[in-house]
Design a protein around this ligand. Structure first.
Ligand SMILES: Cc1ncc(COP(=O)(O)O)c(C=O)c1O
Length: 440
């Protein structure tokens, strides 16, 4: 387990998160329950921000990729740490605005933004990361109507795709995102954007993948993007002011992943920033205003989900299942891509893990597994089970499948715990149901 000051096992063998005993949290708030450690989120934001200050003269901005975990309180936390926000829908933009997030620190993404979303972006004055010709047309039209000029980045593909410890280089990337640098598609897209009167092109964006531990792949992508920026300068006479390298820093889920401290993340970002500075100088470019968009690494390890064990089923010679009161409605990542997690019994966390079990959810799908083949002490009905590193892409991907209630989220700091997302009720489930007159 990746123990640290705000996530540890105490002398009673209980898991403590942000100074609170996980068993007390489960008793007070019920399960399933998402628990978020405020200090970890703050420390990660501060680490990335200071890396830019120390290594890059503050000429940049960290954008928290809020798709990882989005709610009003988290925007307030990251904003107070001097971090901006990457939003990817009108809903995320609305939440960020409601939280009082300043427009100049918001970047709107998406491979198919709706006209309505672009109008909202123009109204609020955020930067748009454009990913289609039709989007540039729509945005130019909207801004002309509103008498505005909007800052825009273009999503491009440097031909580096990275996942975990592997990366590949491709000439043409098969992806719904971005325009390839190789072959000229990105250059054509830039040429087109520069003709638009109500768009102020600021630069380029790329995102090479997620859960990446191999820093070399980020440096390689930066090299390729800076070469592209030099080509754009020579060909189109446009020198980009901004470069956004996206997110993707990997986190610890199981002992197959490296344990990284907060300062390891800062050191990793610094090495990328050094590369950007050196390559920009070598290519005769001004060092661009540099953006990065970490999501998972800011909130992932800050999150723990608490469940109560229910039915335990041993299929002799096959497998043991322990079912919990959650499932794919609260964490669909196993069902989506067989994501791996570490689980502990929150009240018996020091007990020897003698059994291999799969933690099943309560949904009517055989693929509804929370985590497969984890090592645990024998789990019994009523045990509180904690699944670690669930802060990213759990709550944000939750649904009401089988009309289960999306669990609430509590934020813990110095032993104090408060809701940041309140519990749903059955009434919430039927709130938007409508019954046509002929059915009444
Ligand atoms: C454009 C973009 N930026 C940032 C991120 C955040 O990535 P991560 O959560 O891996 O840091 C993503 C994730 O999909 C993304 O698509």
């Amino acid at each position: 387990m990746n123990e640290r000051s705000t996530l540890k096992i105490d002398e009673k063998g209980h898991l403590r998160i942000g100074g609170a005993d996980a068993l007390d949290l489960a008793a007070r708030f019920g399960t399933p329950l998402y628990v978020m450690d405020e200090q970890y989120i703050r420390d990660m934001c501060a680490a990335y921000r200071t890396a830019i200050e120390e290594e890059y003269g503050g000429n940049g901005l960290v954008l928290y990729a809020s798709k990882a975990f989005c709610c009003t309180a988290v925007y307030k936390i990251v904003q107070s740490e001097g971090v901006g926000a990457d939003v990817v829908s009108g809903g995320e933009l609305y939440t960020a605005r409601r939280a009082g997030f300043p427009a100049e620190k918001i970047y709107l993404h998406g491979n198919n933004k709706l006209r309505r979303e672009l109008e909202e972006a123009a109204d609020y004055g955020v930067t748009v990361v454009a990913d289609a010709y039709s989007e540039l047309d729509m945005l130019d039209e909207i801004c002309a109507e509103k008498g505005k000029i909007l800052n825009v980045l273009l999503r491009v593909n440097p031909g580096v795709e990275a996942h975990t410890h592997h990366y590949i280089q491709t000439a043409k990337t098969d992806s719904k995102f971005g325009f390839s640098v190789e072959g000229g598609a990105a250059m054509d897209f830039a040429r087109y954007a520069l003709q638009k009167k109500h768009i102020a092109l600021q630069g380029f964006h790329s995102h090479i993948g997620s859960q990446i531990f191999e820093l070399h792949s980020f440096r390689l992508a930066a090299d390729k993007l800076l070469s592209f920026m030099a080509d754009v300068k020579n060909t189109l006479g446009f020198e980009a002011a901004q470069l956004n390298l996206g997110g993707g820093f990997g986190i610890w889920y199981t002992d197959e992943d490296a344990v990284q401290s907060v300062s390891d993340y800062a050191a990793g970002l610094k090495s990328i920033l050094r590369e950007v500075k050196e390559q920009a100088a070598a290519k005769g470019l001004r060092a661009p205003f540099l953006l990065v968009e970490p999501g998972r690494s800011v909130v992932g390890e800050a999150g723990v989900t608490l469940y109560t064990v229910g039915a335990v089923k041993d299929i002799p010679g096959v497998k043991k299942y322990a079912a919990v009161d959650g499932g794919m409605f609260a964490n669909p990542r196993y069902a989506l891509y067989q994501a791996k997690y570490t689980a502990v019994l929150a009240g018996r966390a020091r007990e020897k893990a003698t059994e291999r079990v799969s933690i099943a959810g309560k949904c009517c799908e055989s693929g509804d597994i929370v985590c497969a083949d984890v090592q645990l002490p024998p789990a019994r009905r009523g045990d509180i089970l904690a699944v670690l590193s669930t802060g990213a892409y759990n709550y944000s991907m939750a649904s009401n499948y089988n009309r289960n209630l999306v669990p609430p989220v509590v934020l813990v700091k110095d032993g104090q715990a408060d809701y940041i997302v309140k519990p749903q009720s059955y009434e919430d489930l039927v709130r938007n149901d409508a019954v046509p007159a002929r059915l009444r």
